[in-house]
Design a binder for this molecule. Structure first.
Ligand code: SAJ
Length: 447
């Protein structure tokens, strides 16, 4: 039950009341713009709660796949999608004029960095421009794309109001950060708490009313900026702590201390400590990118986010540090990196997924090729790996292939690899993830 806010009495609150009732009785038609790893699971949860949902995307292939009931997102079972489509609860289109059919729409499009490492808000702006002409008076729009504080009100609101609607009166607008962790076996869209911050209290209330229908826990905050900042805080917390571990790793190596052992020991503290681990660098579509959305905006307030800049510098240096350590390890066997056969073990950006976005393996492979190494790779999740257009050959893990390599360089610690077998048959291993921690072998060098 969603209690109507007592304040919703004024004439122009009639719009809000109308939407609130439609959300409450389930007759509202919902929309999702962007049917990717955030939008398709969201649209599916909306449909599963009984709403009619229209999904919008600029990629005809995705639209066709959804309408055929075929999922292309591992977190969305095809059986679930097919069921919603066959019941007429979910349909997809590239025709944005159909926004006129929806009472509320969530925008879930990418927010990458451009080549200058500055926010690229073009996807959000284009999405807003695509929906603005067709929004019905009284509609609710929520933005889910991770972005800097101020985006919703400074960038998106003006675009949505360009056709006469007024936010807070004839249009309701909120920010609600996506918290999708692809492949997470425990937390999916429905059971991950959802933070919501509206431009006005009515905007917040309506967004809370919508999300509450299909997400278990909804957490309202006072403003859109607080909601935008919440997501950035979550991910900057990670990137800064990972950078700290990477810096301590480089120091510990010089001091002859096994930092991996130290972290495991520190982890025994039952309070006040949270483990992060060093590694070959930061991959993924969130952690390496989100901090720079904040540092970019902070500059407008003459504020220099030194932690973010420093952690970015340290994390970005890790692929170079790995190659230096690899050269040291080969040097110990009187081998030059140039001409050496290197097998990169694991190239996805983190264990047990197939996602290559920003994977540190890409930069490592580039550096190895530039130094004249002969590079091949093994990753059962990634069938094809190329660097600057050059395909890197894939090898199976056999006694022959491992034995023929001068060094095996572990970048990503997938759990489907027999690390004892690799250690037994290799000449040398550089392990950047402590994946060989249970393997006693003098051939394994730990980062
Ligand atoms: N990494 C380290 N050391 C660590 C943890 C991660 O080097 O201690 C590396 C990973 O190998 C990877 C990168 O950092 O290359 C990012 O890893 P991540 O564990 O942060 O995973 P992501 O990028 O999938 O982050 C997502 C985020 N989810 C959202 O933005 C909605 C993040 O907020 C989640 O906390 C994270 O998943 C998660 O916990 O799995």
């Amino acid at each position: 039950m969603i209690a109507a806010h007592p304040g919703l009495k004024r004439k122009d609150d009639r719009e809000a009341m109308g939407l609130l009732e439609k959300l409450e009785d389930g007759s509202a038609v919902l929309g999702v713009v962007g049917l990717g790893y955030v939008g398709l699971p969201l649209a599916t949860e909306m449909g599963k709660s009984g709403f009619s949902v229209v999904g919008f995307d600029i990629t005809p292939g995705k639209v066709d796949s959804v309408n055929a009931g075929k999922s292309y997102i591992p977190d969305v079972p095809t059986s679930e999608l097919a069921s919603l489509v066959s019941k007429g609860l979910l349909q997809a289109t590239t025709d944005f004029s159909r926004i006129g059919e929806v009472d509320a729409v969530a925008i879930c499009v990418p927010t990458p960095l451009d080549e200058m490492k500055e926010p690229d808000t073009s996807f959000m702006e284009n999405a807003a421009r695509s929906v603005a002409p067709y929004l019905r008076p009284g509609a609710l729009v929520t933005l889910e794309s991770t972005t800097y504080p101020g985006t919703t009100e400074e960038v998106i609101a003006p675009i949505l109001e360009a056709h006469g609607l007024v936010v807070g009166k004839t249009l309701f607008l909120a920010f609600s950060p996506e918290r999708v962790d692809p492949g997470n076996p425990v937390y999916q869209t429905k059971n991950t708490p959802k933070v919501v911050g509206g431009v006005t209290p009515e905007c917040t209330r309506l967004a809370v009313a919508m999300y509450s229908r299909f997400i278990d826990t909804v957490v309202p905050v006072s403003t859109t900026r607080a909601a935008e900042m919440t997501k950035l805080l979550e991910n900057i917390f990670r990137s800064v702590n990972i950078a700290l571990m990477n810096e301590l790793l480089m120091m510990s190596d010089r001091m002859g201390i096994n930092l991996w052992e130290v972290i495991d020991a520190a982890k025994t503290k039952p309070f006040g400590f949270m483990p992060f681990y060093p590694g070959p660098g930061l991959g993924g579509h969130c952690i390496p990118i989100d901090p720079f959305y904040l540092s970019w905006k902070a500059k407008q307030y003459d504020f220099h986010t030194e932690f973010i800049e420093l952690s970015g510098k340290i994390n970005e240096n890790m692929p170079y540090y790995v190659v230096t350590r690899l050269m040291d390890a080969l040097n110990g066997q009187r081998k030059a990196l140039a001409g050496s056969k290197v097998i990169i073990l694991g190239v996805a950006y983190k264990a047990d997924i197939d996602d290559m976005r920003e994977s540190p393996a890409i930069k490592v492979a580039e550096l190895l090729l530039a130094k004249g190494a002969e590079v091949s790779y093994h990753d059962s999740y990634v069938p094809q790996f190329s660097v600057k257009g050059a395909g890197i050959p894939h090898v199976d893990i056999t006694a022959e292939t491992i034995g023929a390599a001068d060094v095996v360089l572990l970048i990503t610690d997938h759990t489907d690899v027999d690390y004892a077998f690799v250690a037994d048959h290799s000449q040398l291993v550089l392990d950047t993830r402590n994946a060989f921690k249970d393997v006693a072998s003098d051939k394994v060098v730990r980062l």
